[in-house]
Design a protein around this ligand. Structure first.
Ligand code: ATP
Ligand code: MG
Length: 722
């Protein structure tokens, strides 16, 4: 078979990684150097050269969307389907495993995944039962506590060992542990699994069941992981156990792009991998294929401000490209209008809207931008933000489906028993809960019993019977009609479609459209093996929440948070809201570790741009209902001025007071060194000149070395130009 096309368009380091023998390998490389491409080509290579069957491949991606895209690329390379391959996020893979082995994992067959809203609601309920004061211990804090314990692989019984008790901390720990314990017990009783539990449970499944583990270890011949720098403790443990001594791991990552530390991700896993697999192959990719030289060098200069990096050199054969634009807006409205106008200009000169991305630090920033785009008639969509499956109407519809699948799903029942309103009041509901608690039964069973025994008022009885009738009828239908017909029927019978359509606000139309989109989504839905379409769809929707796919085909501008931009690329990128306090976020200013993570986030943002990067900030901003007057972000100032270009004369670089101290930079050439130039220092190694001060022998120069940026007196520094 001719396999040369699999190696076409790969450089020699990429080829080495693609064709490496089956043993542990770490591909450590900067943004846009082809890490994801290497994974795709390696899978195609192994399937052709090593005759590996799709069944033997397990690949982990950061989003389910990325998994679908990569699968598509593999199929294009192979010219055949890739069914049977295990491809997805850690969560979706763990879920698949637990579905297949629910008995061994000690789960009911109908176990349900709960999302973070369901989880919070449950925690609130548990706190009430335990009589823990919500005003003292906010439920969100308890939620964070439970989730981070799970991410670290700790069960309620193990929390104490890890944290130890320290003075005043004790009370906190005691309350949190009690909540965690009760929560764990409740979830176990009701067959509910939160996201962290999926990993924890499947990890335990393997540890307790060596035979099953061996089965998978002999099934999978290779495990590949993208975005490895953002794995957390339990994910890495999961990989290690599965890989054992048998299955070679190919992991690719970039320490400079680790941006989920706040959610438990550990960059240290990169070094841990090298220790755990001492014989692993290390491949570095150093050529960047994504960005212009200007964008690349500016990003490199920025990230050089971080310490303790694993150190990478990235270069490009590409052209210099245009300077990076900096726009100083008066306020957030001005910023948003500027974006819309630039976008219109781009489209007028022949560019596509889908090539444009707007990246922001915080979700709340999107509203003003959205309004401006609407006013300017620029179609847009929010990537990963509005979350199709997180919208109220969709969650309501899914709750009905969940009940049809499994009537004892308490979270779903709580959500829709009175939506649309059918006269089940708060008091009745409290009655039902109490009855369920006392008899340790599900809410559904409690309703059945109360209706039968006339334990509730006649009016409530009628409403509840009506509600149960809907679920019964749909349950009968579910094996007779297709999934999309079932969804349609459900929307009619439950009254949801009419209810949302009649809402007296400007959302009604969109809600109906969303519900219709849900029918669409089920139309050509293909379930995974061994699941009914309904069960598979419900699980998929829970896992997909946060990855909005609606309107993907249209020519739309994309809006997203910096966090969800990971791994993506766009010809034109706007990085907005570059203000101290917003980005870097005010919470990170105190802690050096958090500040470095913010800088990596900025690096991720800048390196999404292929051709043109635009940075904006606002001199005043109304956000979260408050007026803020923040100074320009340090991140703009850390980019050598030589790469920047102010967009409006007199508005930014030349007049803003923040730039005055660095205005000598405008001279562009001091002491024989120019900004952005690469230099070598005897002790600190290679670095990039990022600013200069003064004249003659006393002039000082600031250089970003891999261990951080340093001010050096020119006459002593003995810098060598490279
Ligand atoms: N050898 C090559 N020749 C041409 N284009 C390439 C080559 N390698 C990668 N590319 C292109 O460069 C871009 C970046 O590649 P890719 O997304 O795989 O990089 P990455 O290292 O995964 O980036 P990130 O760190 O942002 O995830 C893509 O458009 C890819 O198609
Ligand atoms: Mg990638």
């Amino acid at each position: 078979m001719d396999v040369s096309h699999i190696l076409d368009n790969l450089n020699s380091a990429q080829r080495e990684a693609v064709t490496a023998p089956l043993s542990p390998m770490l591909v450590l490389a900067g943004a846009g150097s082809g890490k994801t491409r290497v994974l795709v080509h390696r899978i195609a290579w192994l399937m052709t050269m090593e005759s590996m069957s799709p069944h033997s491949v397990l690949a982990v991606t950061f989003t389910n969307k990325a998994a679908r895209e990569m699968r598509g690329r593999i199929e294009a390379l192979l010219g055949s389907a890739s069914r049977g391959m295990w491809f997805g996020t850690f969560h979706s893979l763990a879920h698949r495993l637990l579905r297949a082995h629910w008995r061994d994992a000690d789960l009911p067959e109908n176990f349900q995944i709960i999302d973070s809203d369901d989880q919070l609601r449950l925690i609130k309920r548990i706190m009430k039962e335990l009589q823990i004061d919500e005003s003292k211990w906010p439920p969100r804090q308890a939620q964070g506590f439970i989730n981070s314990a799970k991410d670290d692989g700790r069960r309620a019984g193990q929390v104490h060992d890890a944290k130890g008790g320290k003075g005043g901390h004790d009370l906190y720990l005691k309350a949190m542990t009690a909540i965690y314990q009760a929560y764990e017990a409740y979830c176990n009783r009701s067959g509910l699994l939160d996201f962290g539990e999926l990993l924890l449970r499947s990890h335990e499944l393997w540890l307790r069941n060596p035979e099953l583990l061996r089965h998978y270890q002999s099934r999978f011949k290779v495990i590949l992981v993208d975005e490895f720098q953002d794995t957390n403790t339990i994910q890495y443990a999961w990989l290690r156990v599965l890989a054992g001594q048998e299955v070679p791991l190919t992991v690719v990552g970039d320490d400079d792009q680790s941006i989920y530390g706040w959610r438990g991700a550990r960059i240290e896993n990169i070094q841990q991998f090298q220790q755990d697999f001492a014989n692993s192959r290390l491949v570095r990719l150093e050529q960047n294929y994504r960005s212009t030289r200007t964008i690349l060098d500016a990003s490199n200069a920025l990230i050089a401000g971080n310490s303790g990096r694993l150190g990478k050199q990235l270069w490009t054969e590409g052209e210099d490209g245009e300077p990076i634009d900096v726009y100083a807006a008066f306020n957030e409205q001005d910023e948003a209008n500027y974006l819309a106008e630039r976008m219109q200009g781009w489209v007028e000169s022949g560019g596509l809207r889908q090539d444009i991305a707007v990246l922001y630090r915080s979700n709340a920033q999107s509203r003003v931008i959205e309004e401006s785009l609407l006013r300017h008639n620029v179609p847009y969509r929010i990537y990963g933000g509005l979350r199709f499956y997180d919208r109220a109407e969709i969650k309501n519809a899914l709750a009905y489906l969940r009940l049809v699948h499994f009537a004892h799903d308490d979270a779903a029942l709580e959500r829709v028993v009175n939506v649309p309103a059918r006269g089940v009041g708060a008091k009745t509901l409290e009655n039902i809960r109490e009855h369920a608690r006392q008899n340790a039964i599900s809410l559904w069973q409690a309703i059945e019993q109360l209706v039968e025994s006339k334990g509730v008022s006649a009016r409530a009885r009628k409403s509840l019977a009506e509600f149960m009738g809907i679920i019964y009828r749909l349950t009968e239908l579910k094996s007779e009609i297709s999934l999309s017909e079932l969804v349609k029927q459900m929307l009619d019978e439950s009254g949801l479609l009419d209810f949302h359509g009649a809402e007296k606000n400007d959302k009604a139309q969109a809600r109906v459209e969303n519900l219709e989109e849900l029918i669409n989504a089920t139309k050509d839905y293909e379930p995974e093996e061994n699941l009914t379409p309904l069960a598979a769809f419900i699980a998929q929707a829970a896992l997909d929440a946060g990855e909005n796919q609606a309107g993907e085909h249209e020519d739309c501008v994309q809006l997203m948070t910096l966090h969800s931009a990971k791994g993506l690329e766009f010809p034109l990128v706007f990085l907005v809201g570059l203000e101290e306090g917003l980005f870097p976020h005010s919470l990170s200013v105190e802690e050096p570790g958090r500040m470095e993570e913010e800088r990596r986030l900025c690096y991720v943002g800048m390196t999404r741009a292929m051709k043109k990067l635009v940075l904006t900030y606002a001199e005043s901003r109304r956000l979260y209902g408050q007026d803020q007057f923040n100074s320009v972000s340090r991140f703009i100032r850390e980019v050598p001025v030589a790469f920047l270009q102010e967009v409006r004369i007199g508005s930014c670089l030349s007049s803003a007071s923040d730039f005055q101290q660095s205005s000598p930079l405008a001279q562009n050439d001091t002491g024989g060194f120019s900004l952005g130039q690469r230099v070598r220092h005897q002790k600190f190694g290679e670095g990039v000149v990022i600013s200069c001060e003064g004249q003659g022998p006393h002039s000082r120069i600031q250089v970003n070395f891999s261990e951080g940026s340093k001010w050096l007196v020119l006459s002593y520094a003995k810098l060598e130009v490279i």
